[in-house]
Design a protein. Structure first.
Length: 354
């Protein structure tokens, strides 16, 4: 296998086609994360794994470009010397960034600037190219990409954005998940606002539609905006392993916050026009009295998430600007089943158990 030079600046002398499984294997081998036998195993099975992943992730009739990082991560190789840790997409992307002389970024959905993202790139462009604006520092836009050598994409981004860019490598799964969250929720809220401005009655809108399971099908343009907005909200809370969801009406807008690891994070602000229909939708799912808005109410929602049952306890309280909603998520997977899941080091765990 030819040896690639480490620490080569991304996108300078390489092209999009150079980011291959061969390159990923060489990067992991250079950092002693794969043995020669493991590398040969990937090379022998790459074609069959690629075919299976394309069927799983491509969907029906959809064109999906598989990343070499996705292929290698599917083998679930352990990280040498780190029991319980696997070479997942994040770890492999981090090593590839180091090997190419670039940077790796772990996308934090709670820190994304939704306004910056949606005004910088269109949803189709972002999805098609697996690219996400992260932040703007001075006159340079930090952009998360799944291919560190795609100079053609970088040139297009400079022309579209109108400033210099700094590509940083991120896992494709993280990028696509963030794109789905940002653009999907924005589209649903915008559609609901359009309905409000057209004079349709939003507060009764939830009576016309039913909740569809996100695991059954993907949301599309035929979904009703209020229903879709609530679905995106719940899906994001599950993905982030949130324990609480707070929907708080303010004078000019509604603030949506989620409690993650004990800390309450602001995740969205939505126009006041869609506050009432979103609350009504949640109340309907919780079997509350939709017409009663002057008294506190309690209810519950049971739904499936990846084949397991998740329960949400829902409370509403009237405030000066509308009803406040608090949803408590009871997900069995959030409970710590073993002390090794607490993040203790081996020494700390032994001290705690002694």
């Amino acid at each position: 296998m030819p040896t690639l030079p480490a620490q080569q600046p991304a996108g300078r002398s390489r092209t999009r086609g150079d980011f291959t499984v061969v390159y990923v294997l060489e990067a992991l081998g250079a950092y002693k994360l794969l043995t020669p036998a493991q590398i040969r195993d990937v090379q022998a099975k790459e074609a069959s794994v690629r075919l299976r992943l394309l069927k799983e992730r491509g969907g029906q009739g959809k064109r999906y470009e598989l990343s070499p990082v996705e292929v290698v991560s599917d083998f679930n190789f352990p990280v040498p010397g780190r029991p319980g840790l696997m070479l997942d997409e994040d770890k492999i992307s981090e090593i590839c960034a180091l090997h190419s002389g670039g940077r790796f970024v772990k996308i934090d959905p709670l820190k994304l600037d939704m306004a910056l993202i949606t005004r910088t790139l269109s949803s189709p462009f972002a999805r098609r190219n697996a690219v996400l604006p992260v932040e703007k520092q001075g006159g340079v836009m930090l952009v998360a990409v799944a291919n560190p050598f795609d100079e053609e994409l970088f040139d297009n981004l400079r022309a579209i954005i109108g400033c210099e860019i700094q590509p940083v490598l991120a896992s494709k799964a993280d990028i696509l998940r963030a794109i789905e969250h940002v653009y999907g929720f924005k589209k649903s809220v915008a559609a609901a606002v359009d309905l409000h401005q057209s004079g349709q009655e939003l507060t009764n809108f939830e009576q016309l539609v039913r909740l569809s399971s996100a695991s059954d099908r993907e949301l599309d343009a035929t979904d009703k905006p209020v229903v879709a907005a609530v679905e995106y909200l719940l899906r994001h809370a599950f993905d982030q392993r949130a324990s609480d969801i707070h929907i708080e009406p303010k004078r000019e807008e509604t603030l949506i916050r989620m409690r993650i690891d004990g800390v309450l994070h602001p995740v969205h602000t939505v126009p006041r026009a869609v506050h009432a229909p979103i609350v009504a939708r949640i109340k309907m799912l919780s079997r509350m009295d939709i017409a009663e808005k002057r008294k506190p109410q309690d209810g519950r929602i049971k739904t499936d998430r990846d084949g397991r049952e998740v329960e949400l306890r829902v409370s509403t309280v009237p405030t000066a600007f509308g009803e406040k909603v608090v949803m408590r998520v009871f997900d069995p997977d959030l409970a710590v089943q073993d002390l090794s899941q607490t993040g203790f080091t081996a020494d700390e765990l032994r001290t705690f158990e002694s």
